[in-house]
Write a protein that binds this ligand. Structure first.
Ligand code: PMP
Length: 410
């Protein structure tokens, strides 16, 4: 596994991730829960250490050296996020706690200001709860209706049905570019184009696509897009929201507090310009610096190498696992990211997860925060193996063997 034929140095990549050297239950860790959180490369860990050892200070306020250096570094991280998603300006990048907070921000700020009774919001059957519940909260308050794009039996969205749902009543379409449960990759650009034709705005949940393929908000022409740091090799508690500048300018703040104001009097408060207007309170400074290190790491590796490696793993894993009698792959879209959900006849997914955990194999089992999708599939849960840049074909073999062993228990 030293050097594969695309010049992607897998051994070197693996050496960047200290947790991969850890034994779990006496055997080497096989980490296949990357759709939940990726592991962290040494570059990110070092950046966090460096900040806490040598640079700790609050940003934007202090008159002293450390604070002004911290502010420069924090804003430089914003520039790296801008570059990662190819936004026009750093004014379009808001640091959030992650995708969930970003969706809540748009729902509570843009939604509260723009939705009125009778309006419609379109979501998809593939969505994670974090791209459902925030919309339910605001639409139930405003008397709007949620419509849902159905998914077909192999896990692809039905574009024709989407076109039928769209109307001048549609105010927002919010959808993921990659399903965390089935791995389905949706060509969101045609959904965005169609939404814009009826005057609707579009939010893209890029939580799963951000670590797997390039994000280009200008090419997509989406209005909002969100991703989470912990799924792109970065720290917890940080993520980003992209929003078109004119939209962010027009939106009321999501939270009030320090840093987001221009002037406060007892009579009236005025807001700071974007992006500060949406970053009330002390931000996750170390998180932003760690995120910068993570995104730089990804961009240095390059998406061509990442896509080729993960595609190879997905194809290999799909082929190998299908050889196990009674195993059924759930979600076989033509365009898939390296996420493999499956069920095994007569075995509950969480039992499978616990049994293979005994062999050091980390997967996820459950509804993956997609209960409406599970209902559509007629399943209570699946086992999900999700792959990343540091996984190997050898680890797929270990997964397969551990599943064969687990089957003996049922
Ligand atoms: N959307 C998708 C597709 C996800 O996979 C996740 C995380 N599993 C989220 C949103 C929520 O991300 P976070 O918990 O980091 O806010």
């Amino acid at each position: 596994m030293s050097q594969d034929n695309r010049g992607f140095n897998l051994e070197k990549v693996r050496a960047d991730f200290p947790l991969l050297t850890r034994d779990i239950r006496g055997v080497p860790l096989v980490y296949l829960d990357n759709a939940a959180s990726t592991l962290k490369p040494i570059h990110v860990i070092d950046r966090l250490q460096q900040y806490y050892r040598n640079e700790t200070s609050n940003v934007h306020r202090g008159a002293h050296y450390l604070s002004s250096q911290g502010t420069v570094a924090y804003e430089a991280s914003r520039e790296t996020v801008r570059r990662f998603v190819n936004a026009k300006s750093i004014h379009e990048i808001i640091f959030t706690r992650g995708t969930t907070e970003a969706v809540n921000l748009v729902a509570q700020s843009w939604g509260r200001a723009n939705f009125k009774e009778g309006d419609e919001i379109i979501l998809t059957e593939l969505e994670h709860h974090s791209n459902i519940v925030p919309w339910q909260m605001i639409t139930s308050e405003k008397g709007c209706k949620i419509k849902v794009i159905p998914v077909n039996d192999i896990g692809e969205l039905e574009f024709d049905k989407y076109l039928e749902l769209l109307s001048p009543k549609t105010k927002m379409v919010s959808m993921s570019s990659c399903s965390n449960t089935l791995g389905t990759v949706t060509d969101v650009s045609k959904y965005i184009e169609a939404a814009h034709r009826v005057g609707a705005k579009v939010m893209i949940d890029a939580a799963q696509s951000a670590p797997q393929f390039p994000t280009d908000v200008q090419k997509l022409d989406c209005d909002f897009l969100a991703f989470s740091g912990h799924k792109v090799f970065g720290p917890y508690g940080i993520g980003a929201l992209f929003g078109k500048e004119e939209l962010l300018e027009s939106m009321p703040p999501y939270q009030g507090g320090g840093s987001m104001i221009s002037e406060v009097t007892w009579e009236k408060t005025t807001w700071a310009a974007v992006p500060q207007k949406f970053e009330a309170g002390t931000p996750a400074i170390s998180g932003a610096l760690g995120l910068e290190a993570a995104l730089s790491y990804i961009m240095d590796l390059g998406f061509d190498a990442i896509i080729a490696h993960e595609h190879d793993l997905l194809e290999y894993a799909t082929r190998e696992l299908k050889e196990i009698p009674g195993l059924r792959v759930v979600g076989e879209a033509k365009n898939k990211a390296a996420i493999l959900s499956f069920v095994i006849d007569g075995a509950h997914p969480s039992d499978i997860g616990s049994i293979i955990d005994q062999q050091g194999v980390a997967v996820r089992a459950g509804h993956h925060c997609c209960q409406p999708l599970m209902k559509r599939l007629g399943l209570p849960a699946t086992v999900r193996a999700s792959f990343s840049i540091y996984n190997t074909r050898g680890e797929v073999d270990i997964l397969k063997q551990s599943l064969i062993k687990a089957k003996e228990f049922f």
